[in-house]
Design a protein around this ligand. Structure first.
Ligand code: CO
Length: 470
């Protein structure tokens, strides 16, 4: 047999975004990140995922930090490594569609402040919802990665994955990612999936999964053997559980094989040593719960993401109807089918979950529906892989004609109105975008920022007056 061709697998470390989003509700402050940037920068990672997702909201709401300033600080520290963010297509980092001018401006500013790779996804895998962000990213010289939300169901055949991979390449994206937010992807299915995607496109393929069901490392192994190029992992103190497989474990797994990453285990050990005391601190304060660290096989059993399971339980508790949990679990797949079998990820997971609860609690299916459900069935979130159940559509939106175009085509430009509204608070261009995404939270933050600055001014003036020793 001839010598095997070397095909080193690359790793994107999620420690600065998904790892802490999944384990400690996105509460890692910039002050914990900066001291280790130098070492992270020496590993040779494909990228470090550090922004987007829930980090933006968490910075403004809970940490009282400017997310843009965090990004600039990380950019200044990472000299060699690409910085990656997660973007929810036309929703940006929010929960509803924005107009194209806002999407374009957000992408432009993300890249200008230091992002290299934008991972863009849509909860329905409706590629039309990704067009504007992909185009804007390319126009700014960024790497546009399209992430497909992984899910199970009759419609998601190998042919489906092959075709959508081909369309992604035709759209001009630079790479594809499989985003398995629920940990539903099991090892031998990963092998088939990777083959299908690779048959449809020659773009680099990245795998993103969560350890929730305990399969993730094995899934990665089979995916790499089938041709996957990049793996999303987290340095061990913030790996496993609802986070990603551990970086060091995957590096060790491929050592001495054609897939050898070439990363330095000693350096990774130093990075892990840095984060270990912080993990302990999070466990002691209760920020990290042992509940998220174990194996949760229910996610496979019910094909429902872990986060959706816990949301359902808390919604039922509020209604004093915990005994209906099993009934709701059985109703979720039926609603999902009526709603065109979408992947269950924000915001489709909330829409399907809430409807399933209503159906069970009311004792009659579709007697009531939320505004979000009405919009969903009116096509305002985009196109699902299968058609909606026409009887359900009729019951919920009556004779309203559903839209079939790209939903953002119906949204008038919004940027100017946001500029106007943010004027009293604005200190930098980026403030407009913080306001556009989370108006109330951003204003709270702007007020806090003003107050802090006044404090500093007073201290500086007093110092100048000789009131305080310097
Ligand atoms: Co994730």
């Amino acid at each position: 047999m001839s010598e095997q061709i070397k095909k080193p697998v690359k790793i994107t470390d999620t420690i600065l975004r998904d790892a802490h989003q999944s384990l400690i509700a996105t509460r890692m402050p910039t002050s914990i990140m900066l001291p280790i940037v130098d070492k992270l920068d020496q590993v040779g990672y494909n990228a470090v995922e550090c922004w987007g997702g829930a980090t933006f909201d968490s910075c403004l709401r809970f940490l009282k930090e400017d997310p843009w300033e965090r990004l600039r600080a990380l950019r200044a520290g990472f000299k060699n490594t690409k910085l990656q963010m997660l973007l929810r297509g036309q929703n940006l980092l929010g929960y509803s569609h924005y107009s194209d001018d806002v999407v374009e401006y957000f992408v432009q500013k993300s890249i200008a402040n230091g992002i290299d790779i934008i991972r863009i996804f849509d909860c329905l895998n409706d590629l039309r919802n990704l067009e504007t962000s992909v185009r804007a990213c390319k126009a700014e010289g960024g790497h546009a990665q399209i992430a497909l939300s992984y899910t199970l169901g009759d419609a998601y055949t190998e042919e489906y994955w092959m075709n959508i991979a081909r369309q992604i390449e035709e759209m001009g994206a630079d790479s594809i990612c499989i985003k398995d937010m629920a940990g539903l992807l099991v090892p031998y299915e990963a092998e088939k999936l990777v083959r299908a995607l690779k048959a449809g496109s020659s773009l680099p393929l990245e795998m993103h999964t969560h350890y929730t069901s305990g399969c993730a490392s094995m899934t990665y192994l089979k995916a790499v053997e089938a041709g996957a190029d990049i793996l999303d992992c987290a340095i061990s103190p913030f790996a496993l559980g609802t986070s990603q497989p551990a970086t060091e474990v995957m590096v060790e797994t491929f050592k001495g094989t054609p897939y050898d990453t070439g990363y330095d285990q000693k350096l990774l050990a130093e990075i892990a040593d840095y984060f270990r005391p912080y993990r302990e601190e999070c466990l002691e304060s209760g920020l990290m719960s042992t509940k998220v660290l174990g194996v949760n096989i229910k996610t496979l059993l019910y094909q429902v993401p872990g986060g959706m399971l816990s949301n359902t339980i808390s919604q039922l508790k509020e209604q004093g109807a915990e005994d209906k949990f099993q009934a709701v679990l059985e109703e979720i797949p039926r609603v999902r089918k009526d709603f065109g079998e979408p992947p269950l990820v924000t915001p489709s997971s909330q829409i399907v979950g809430t409807q399933a609860i209503m159906n069970v609690l009311m004792g009659e299916r579709y007697k009531m529906a939320t505004g979000q459900t009405k919009d969903f069935l009116a096509g305002k979130y985009g196109k699902t892989v299968k058609p909606f159940n026409p009887e359900v559509v009729k019951k919920i939106i009556g004779d309203t004609e559903p839209i079939t175009c790209r939903p953002a085509d119906l949204i008038e430009p919004q940027l100017e109105a946001f500029e106007e509204a943010v004027r009293p608070w604005k200190q930098q261009d980026e403030d407009t975008l913080s306001y556009a995404l989370f108006p109330q939270v951003a204003v709270e933050f702007f007020k806090y920022r003003d107050a802090q600055q006044k404090k500093v001014d007073v201290t500086a003036a007093d110092t100048a007056n000789g009131a305080y020793p310097v």
